[in-house]
Design a protein around this ligand. Structure first.
Ligand SMILES: O=C(O)CCC(=O)C(=O)O
Length: 295
């Protein structure tokens, strides 16, 4: 058991928990070095399409105010503040690592990232919460470069509604300190009990009284959060000149069925995600056993 009964209860009460010092400073340094290798082109097999880079030319549509602390674009709700940093955001970056917004599936190409995905430090926590049969769905580094925009409110399950059921677990391991100023993650505690909220309904769910429950979770590098795939979360804008990287690892129970339509399946394939029904029972088994007809 990695978690105490109280921690386990807290996860199901709030939809997330925090684990401090999940990895050691040496492990953190190794991950940072391997991250640099991937994004600076030192891993020959790593496809460039898995790195999304900052593009200052991409100006989104103007926001609409949504309550006192948030803005909205269409139906997407996110913390206010990014609008104050347009000038800094368009300036040329000095460090190549700061040109990166997101890195997809580092664990498929780097043995150190892969070893952490399988590490008992992380998987024991997931097993306590989700059960013994665990597969990897996807992993991605949210790199949040200097002055990056906020990340909109969402439930992970809204991107993964081709899973039956809607209970997956994401571990976000911080590769840098995360603060209110550089855009730490924010959760609405208990929102995993709302059920699946699609984009059209989101602004009507995120009313001022619900948003008032928002909890910002600043952490040190090497700490981690674990959240339920139905928990509403977002992250603030980075208002500082330093990057804030969080590596998110998305685990799925091996008892899950993949029920995606052919259109969804094609779309997910383009993103480099694993899809069913092919290969059923072909997803990386992290712990436990395969189940017939499942992912
Ligand atoms: O770090 C962020 O900005 C967002 C992280 C996130 O959405 C996740 O881990 O599911």
């Amino acid at each position: 058991m990695a978690l105490s009964e109280a921690q386990n209860r807290l996860f199901f009460q709030n939809g997330y928990i925090v684990i401090k010092n999940l990895i050691t400073p040496d492990e953190l340094e190794t991950l940072r070095e391997h991250y640099a290798d991937l994004v600076l082109g030192r891993v020959p097999d790593f496809p460039e399409r898995h790195v999304s880079r900052h593009n200052p030319q991409q100006a989104p549509e103007p926001p609409t105010p949504h309550g006192s602390q948030h803005n909205r674009r269409g139906t997407q709700v996110y913390p206010k503040g990014e609008e104050n940093y347009e000038v800094q955001r368009s300036a040329p970056v000095k460090d190549a690592l700061d040109a990166v917004n997101k890195v997809n599936v580092p664990s498929r190409y780097d043995p150190v990232f892969d070893s952490f995905i399988r590490s008992p430090k992380i998987v024991d926590v997931v097993a306590d919460l989700m059960g013994p049969n665990i597969k990897l769905y996807y992993d991605q580094v949210f790199a949040k470069p200097p002055y990056a925009r906020a990340n909109r409110y969402h439930q992970d399950s809204v991107f993964w509604n081709f899973f039956a059921s809607n209970f997956q677990i994401s571990c976000q391991l911080l590769l840098d300190d995360s603060t209110i100023e550089n855009g730490c993650i924010r959760f609405i505690p208990g929102s995993h009990n709302f059920g699946l909220v699609n984009w059209a309904h989101l602004p009507y769910m995120l009313t001022e009284d619900v948003l008032a429950q928002e909890v910002s979770v600043p952490l040190s590098a090497g700490d981690a959060t674990f959240h339920h795939s139905l928990t509403l979360h977002c992250s603030g804008p980075n208002t500082t000149p330093s990057r804030r990287r969080g590596w998110s690892i998305h685990y799925v129970s091996a008892e899950t069925r993949y029920i995606g339509t052919p259109e969804e399946t094609e779309h997910m394939k383009q993103l480099g995600c694993l899809v069913g029904p092919e290969p059923v029972n072909g997803w990386p088994l992290i712990r436990g056993r395969e189940l017939p007809g499942c992912v």
